[in-house]
Design a protein around this ligand. Structure first.
Ligand SMILES: CC(C)(COP(=O)(O)OP(=O)(O)OC[C@H]1O[C@@H](n2cnc3c(N)ncnc32)[C@H](O)[C@@H]1OP(=O)(O)O)[C@@H](O)C(=O)NCCC(=O)NCCS
Length: 479
């Protein structure tokens, strides 16, 4: 249960179908991919001159429909495809036993599904694992154990449908993601093979504060659920989920937030991924993108070219002394969304101060007062490219939290601020910049040439009934 949803080609429109058909002569068109169309195009501007605004608009309209960004998907194999759609509740053999909103339920009011348990009513001993396996808490401060977790995830975590890409969270990222203020080793739960101690399963919880409409509370965010590929479909995931729930309950917490690409009972919101190409050539070479009809690589490179320098005056990396101001600014901005986290200063220090190769954060002060008016951050989550002769990884930046001046009421200002994020991400050698359609992101996606993915990312709350929210009502960003 993590934010492992990714991009797919929106090749479901008539135009896209026509393009696939037109370009398929003799090419090996793998499902979901459009082969590269070589050569000049009728609407290519002559003489290599820059495209006019009208031409760019035209190209973007086409790209919007059958965008280049393809493949990473939130599922972990073709068998998952069917899991992207709701099933009848009685088909969810595990989830029907859990305090979650039923798929057929009409939610009238918000609140916990089950009342908090008394400590003596909580099971005191771990759930039983199948013979030959044992529980093993992961000591994420220990480099050797962090590396073991990194290896489990780098070989077994989320892949796209065609097994071309797999998330490759770095060990440094995992340490950061699993150790916010109040973190507990008891919530970093591994499963090992008893005979050789090999780590073959994992699930984690971290503490967080979340507000849903007018109600706010502490809960856990569940992430990095993973079972080794050779042990799939053996019902280990429900045991991991029950065990983390038990350990969280023992600390007096009875609600959780999590995301998944698969459809489970029942999303509180469903968001969509968007992708902004920064390095089109490499994305095409890896098979992550393709060159659509009426497009050439050269034109794509021109289309996605970014200025060398940022627009926002005074923009600079965030520093420790900025923490109080960023906390206030971010919490004010978060209040404008019906479901959003709230942050203490120590959480902002942890989550938002730059960590090399992991998280990048920038602030902009007002020229006269020096007060910070704008802030944004993005994190690094590479994907391993499986079996590609040219490239081993796609370096993807993911938009994290931000807060624009005036709480985002000036759309053009927010667009410029986020364009600066793209410029800085490109300078840091990211190949693609990803975000969801939550926060006020819908206000800059078209303008900044993001393409729509076709994978959904569902947001879930455990033991909390909540009326459905639109993507733009969500302020929570999970890793
Ligand atoms: C997700 C994963 C741990 C599930 O394990 P599995 O071996 O495929 O499935 P199991 O037989 O153990 O369990 C199946 C149950 O888990 C549920 N499940 C599957 N994926 C889930 C997810 N991401 N979150 C919560 N529950 C999930 C299924 O719905 C099913 O329950 P149901 O009978 O109520 O429908 C495993 O497929 C995996 O490691 N995938 C790669 C990483 C990944 O996708 N992680 C989740 C990121 S959101």
């Amino acid at each position: 249960m993590s934010t492992e949803s990714k991009l797919q080609p929106a090749v479901d429109t008539a135009e896209a179908d026509a393009a696939v058909a037109a370009s398929a002569n003799g090419s090996s068109s793998k499902k979901g991919k459009t082969p590269v169309v070589a050569g000049a195009d009728a609407d290519d501007p002559p003489g290599g001159r820059p495209a006019t605004a009208k031409e760019v608009e035209d190209i973007m309209r086409k790209l919007g429909k059958m965008d280049i960004m393809q493949h990473l998907n939130q599922s972990n194999g073709n068998d998952q495809k069917s899991r992207k759609n709701p099933k009848d509740m009685d088909k969810y053999k595990f989830w029907q036993t859990q305090p979650v909103t039923r798929v057929d339920e009409k939610v009238e009011s918000n609140g916990p599904i089950e009342v908090d348990k008394a400590i003596e009513d909580i099971r005191q001993t771990p759930y039983a694992l199948p013979k030959d396996f044992q529980w093993s808490l992961i000591d994420i401060e220990d480099d050797k154990e962090a590396k073991e977790l990194y290896e489990l995830l780098s070989l077994n975590y989320v892949e796209d449908d065609d097994a071309m890409f797999r998330f490759d969270y770095s060990a440094a990222f995992l340490k950061w993601a699993l150790q916010p203020p109040g973190w507990k080793k008891a919530w970093h739960i591994g499963v090992r093979v008893t005979s050789n101690n090999k780590l073959v399963g994992f699930i984690s919880g971290i503490p967080a504060g979340l507000r849903v409409r007018s109600h706010q509370q502490q809960l856990v965010e569940i992430n990095f659920l993973c079972v080794h590929k050779k042990l799939r479909a053996k019902r280990l995931a429900p045991v991991l989920i029950k065990e983390v729930t038990r350990r969280v309950n023992l600390e007096g917490i009875f609600q959780a937030a999590y995301t998944a690409g698969v459809y489970l009972p029942t999303p509180v919101a469903t968001c969509r991924y968007y992708h902004r190409s920064l390095n089109p050539k490499k994305l095409v070479e890896t098979g992550f993108s393709y060159v659509p009809r009426n497009m050439t690589i050269a034109r794509m490179i021109r289309l996605y070219k970014l200025p060398e320098t940022t627009f926002t005056p005074g923009l600079r990396p965030m520093q420790p002394e900025d923490v109080p101001q960023v906390t206030a600014l971010l919490n004010d901005y978060m209040k404008t969304f019906p479901m959003a986290p709230f942050f203490s200063e120590s959480e902002v220090r942890h989550w938002l101060l730059p960590v090399p190769t992991v998280v990048f954060s920038y602030v902009a002060p007002d020229a006269k007062t020096g007060k910070i008016t704008d802030f944004f951050s993005f994190y690094s989550l590479p994907s391993r490219v499986i079996g590609n002769a040219l490239h081993t990884h796609i370096n993807a930046a993911y938009l994290f939290y931000y807060a624009p001046k005036g709480l985002g009421d000036d759309k053009e200002h927010t667009q410029k601020l986020l364009k600066d994020a793209l410029i800085l991400a490109r300078k840091e050698k990211f190949d693609v910049f990803n975000c969801l359609d939550l926060l006020q992101n819908q206000g800059f996606l078209d303008e900044l040439k993001f393409g729509r993915g076709d994978g959904n990312l569902h947001y879930y709350l455990y033991n909390y009934r909540c009326q459905q929210l639109k993507p733009e009502e969500v302020g929570l960003v999970l890793l």
